[in-house]
Ligand binder design. Structure first.
Ligand code: IMP
Ligand code: MG
Length: 181
């Protein structure tokens, strides 16, 4: 299936992302000093952010950090959430007693994060926090508390830095918006 004719326009550049990742990492390193943390990256988009964040945390002095993954399926190749996302992959390691930080690329309607958090909370983690690179607050359908946020963006469809459109653009180092031609 091809995707419609479109072009992209810059939203957040590589340098700006790098700077914000560093700022968030130093805040998190301070908040979790002396604790053992598990970053739970939400596949696939959150994996890129989690990889950079893990290294930034190391540089900020937080080194007892494990990385695990969960997957939630909200929509396929479209740009609208179907409303009832399904958890399709659970964490590998048990997380009871761990300090969990869920790492997500973007919180849109909030349905995916709501599902993830309810599953994670049932596992008796010592604590669960949410780290999201982006948030579109104007699109929220269910309330989600984001503990650490990179950037707020308006209601535009963005790709790059882990985010895709029908599996395209995930490997682009910057964040751009998709504009239909
Ligand atoms: P939510 O369940 O509506 O909050 O959707 C969250 C998920 O939808 C994110 O983890 C992304 O995978 C995807 N998503 C939401 N908005 C965008 C976007 O602008 N570009 C790419 N993916 C998005
Ligand atoms: Mg996602």
């Amino acid at each position: 299936m091809g995707i419609p004719k479109h072009h992209t326009e810059p939203v957040i550049g590589e340098e700006e992302i790098r700077g914000r990742v560093r700022e968030l990492a130093s805040q998190i390193a301070k908040d979790y000093k002396g604790k053992k943390v598990t970053l739970v990256a939400v596949l696939s988009g959150g994996a890129v952010f989690a990889a950079d964040m893990g290294r930034a945390l190391w540089e900020a002095g937080l080194r007892e950090v494990e990385v695990d993954y969960m997957a939630v399926e909200s929509y396929g190749a479209g740009t609208e959430s179907a409303g009832e996302p399904k958890i399709t992959k659970d964490t590998k390691a048990p997380i009871a007693g761990r300090h969990v930080i869920v790492v997500e690329d973007i919180v849109d309607t909030g349905y995916s994060m709501q599902q993830l958090l309810s599953l994670l909370k049932s596992k008796e983690a010592a604590s669960v926090a949410v780290l999201a690179l982006l948030s579109k607050p104007s699109r929220r359908k269910v309330e989600v508390a984001i503990d650490y946020l990179g950037f707020e963006i308006p209601d535009v469809f963005v790709v790059g830095y882990g985010m895709d459109w029908g599996e395209r653009y995930r490997t682009m180092p910057e964040i751009v918006k998709v504009v239909m031609d």
